[in-house]
Design a protein around this ligand. Sequence first.
Ligand code: SF4
Ligand code: SF4
Length: 61
Amino acid sequence: MNKIGKTAVVNEEECIGCSVCISVCPNDAITVDEMAHVDKAKCTGCGECIAICPVDAIKLQ
Ligand code: SF4
Ligand code: SF4
């Protein structure tokens, strides 16, 4: 899997657990319980989840 150096990181204090990000991730890298979690081994840093998150809780690091 290609890596561009960064992966999505969820801000625990901002995430509201809405699960919208799961549906846009092309790599099934996100799971949500009370908040979203990103599997760094699967995330390619594509940014789709960042664009869709309604509370801007995800950043690339
Ligand atoms: S940056 Fe892309 S690959 Fe990584 S968790 Fe978000 S949608 Fe999935
Ligand atoms: S879209 Fe944003 S607020 Fe919703 S579960 Fe994902 S990271 Fe959390």
